[in-house]
Design a protein around this ligand. Structure first.
Ligand code: PLP
Length: 223
């Protein structure tokens, strides 16, 4: 694809996001985070040149490498993966704009300790395993609100901004919808939460219709 073709292609993806969000409301704004985990620094720069600013990675090493390679660009980095305890310090050195994968109280406590030592704060989303899938990380929906509040109370250096979820892994659209609705219902009950991150390349329109205001788009954004 030439640069012009790529721009037209991305315009079309944005149009799809627009169509979905307008079904909710004129005032429902959706942010696109381009998930670059399968892409090179060159590909990220190409997308940056046509206007994309927020990028997400799911491995700390990859985030470190790409953020360093592209440090001259004013990018907003999101960490969207599972964070192992032995990678916390490295993540805090990178200091991403948003950590979307906070998935247990235990991790929150460990993160709090390291944040306090560095006298820094970190914006985070609580990851919800809304479809209750064994293979997925995250808090079970029935525990989500209590754990969210407990983290707010016990972890002053963690700035909780809302929730993140991966939709049900299923061809059954009703199941996917149900998992998004579950996450959105939790989001609605949280005071001061502003981010409901759900929707990937295969299901972002449905996620937006269910109330998502942040989509994490990987394969569809990099062509
Ligand atoms: C890879 C990934 C995405 C993007 O997936 P695509 O299907 O390529 O859009 C979104 N969220 C998370 C947590 C991911 O790991």
């Amino acid at each position: 694809m030439t640069e012009t073709e790529y721009k037209l292609y991305i315009d079309d993806v944005i149009r799809r996001v627009e169509t979905a969000r307008l079904k909710v409301s004129d005032h429902h704004i959706v942010k696109i985070v381009a998930v670059s985990k399968y892409s090179t620094a060159d590909a990220i720069e190409r997308l940056y040149r046509i206007g994309q600013r927020a990028f997400g990675e799911n491995r700390v090493q990859d985030l470190e490498k790409k953020a360093a390679e592209l440090e001259d660009l004013p990018l907003e980095w999101h960490f969207i993966g599972n964070l192992q305890k032995n990678k916390i310090n490295k993540l805090l050195e990178i200091n991403p704009s948003l950590f979307q994968g906070l998935d247990s109280l235990e991790l929150a406590h460990e993160l709090q300790k390291r944040l306090a030592m560095r006298e820094m704060r970190l914006d985070c989303l609580l990851q919800i395993n809304s479809a209750k899938e064994e293979s997925k990380h995250g808090i079970l929906p029935e525990n989500a609100i209590a754990i969210y509040k407990q983290i707010q109370k016990e972890c002053p250096n963690i700035n909780l901004k809302g929730v993140m979820s991966i939709g049900a892994h299923s061809d059954d659209k009703a199941l996917a919808r149900k998992s998004f609705e579950t996450t959105h219902a939790i989001y609605e009950q949280l005071e001061n939460a502003t981010i409901c991150s759900m929707g990937m390349s295969g299901d972002f329109e449905l996620a937006i219709e269910c109330g998502s205001n942040m989509v994490r788009l990987g394969s569809i954004m990099f062509k």
